[in-house]
Design a protein around this ligand. Sequence first.
Ligand code: CA
Length: 233
Amino acid sequence: MAPRILVVEDEESLAILLRYNLTAEGYEVEHVARGDEADIRLRESVPDLLVLDWMLPALSGIEICRRLRARPETARLPIIMLTARGEEAERIRGLQTGADDYMVKPFSVPELVARVHALLRRAKPEHVAQRLVMGDLELDRVTKRVRRGDRELHLGPTEFRLLEFLMKSPGRVFAREHLLDQVWGQDVYVDERTVDVHVGRLRKVLNRRNEADPIRTVRGTGYSFDETFGRLN
Ligand code: CA
């Protein structure tokens, strides 16, 4: 069955363009133009991926995104946010709300299609290997063992899950709020600073002497696993 994509966009010409191109790629595409319609549609059935405009009549993309992330059945739904706003603060807000990717209008349609492919690939659990290997770092998701070079690393359960989560999507930046949801769970109410504490502990175990740090701090946003880790030197 073809993956289902819901496009929420009130600019008709852009909606037609997206529908045409995504259909040509073999996806099943549905389209709604209003935020409140999107909210209703998403409660009725969950697509495989959502392309969501930020500025919509009746209900904003940001609010839709927030509602989706708060519901277990859509907490992990891949979302690409579209927006006319290119300012850094707005990008950060988009990511903090839990969008997986972000495109600023006007964007290239082939690039959006490429990102749709990439997100859908990433969302399929069978494509995630038992062992995650980056540079000299190796994490076994079944035996729960982590090695760096020839030494075994002893991580606490939270640090393990945090590293596993970041390693699954190298290069992708996760907001603290998103990490709390995905690593700690949505029913746990802890301060966002908790993430910093555990990243600190993780780094202490991961990195010795002058070893390269695979965890990248993105100021004002959150953390990511450095996609260039192990490729340099
Ligand atoms: Ca709009």
